[in-house]
Write a protein that binds this ligand. Structure first.
Ligand SMILES: Cc1cc2nc3c(=O)[nH]c(=O)nc-3n(C[C@H](O)[C@H](O)[C@H](O)COP(=O)(O)O)c2cc1C
Length: 178
């Protein structure tokens, strides 16, 4: 059975969370949804303790997530576009995965990225290509899908039948992953 970890980087209960919740509710396999907005995840302190020890010295909710990330076969990362980047919540999460860097602990795990932006889709693709790319590449994970939505207000996706169709496609894709 494929273990799926779904992670939301939005500070609000809005579009990203709606998409991820739909995926979460539909999945038959073992899955867990993490809302970073409900977690206590501090900024990376830059101490590089992890470089030597392959562990992070900061004791917060990230410690629990390290175990969950390692157990997952598929990680679905959902994030809003903030200034053609990810919000601080998601950036802190990504930075705090540095203890896995140059280890093989995440090697081969599958990743799907989902980005929601109020502006043009081509702008959110920049988030995929810049802010998120080195998360999966740096950890030697395998990007198996990438989706961008255009939505500004918190219920825009919920009220958009075309967006709901795309969510269905993502669900089918995830269900087909072995
Ligand atoms: C601080 C801030 C910066 C934003 N920057 C961008 C941006 O550069 N490009 C864009 O397309 N949307 C931008 N947006 C709009 C959000 O991406 C949009 O509201 C999205 O629906 C938020 O996703 P959420 O509902 O999952 O939180 C920004 C929103 C905020 C609050």
């Amino acid at each position: 059975m494929v273990k799926i970890l779904i992670i939301s980087g939005s500070p609000r209960k809005g579009n990203t969370e709606f998409v991820l919740n739909k995926i979460y509710e539909s999945l038959k396999d073992k899955r867990e949804l993490i809302l970073l907005r409900n977690k206590n995840i501090k900024h990376c302190a830059g101490c590089l303790h992890c470089d030597e020890h392959k562990k992070c010295a900061i004791q917060d909710d990230m410690q629990e997530l390290y175990g969950k990330i390692q157990k997952a076969d598929l990680i679905i990362l959902g994030t809003p576009n903030y200034f053609d980047n990810v919000p601080g919540l998601m950036k802190d999460f990504i930075d705090r995965t540095n203890p896995f860097y140059e280890t093989d602990k995440l090697k081969g795990k599958k990743v799907i990225t989902i980005v929601v932006g109020g502006g043009k889709i081509k702008n959110s693709k920049r988030v995929v290509e810049q802010a998120l790319k080195y998360f999966h590449e740096g950890h030697q994970m395998k990007l198996v899908g990438s989706y961008c939505f255009q939505a500004l207000h918190s219920k825009d996706i919920e009220n958009n039948p075309k967006a709901i169709d795309v969510i269905e496609k993502i669900i089918n894709k995830v269900n087909a992953i072995k």
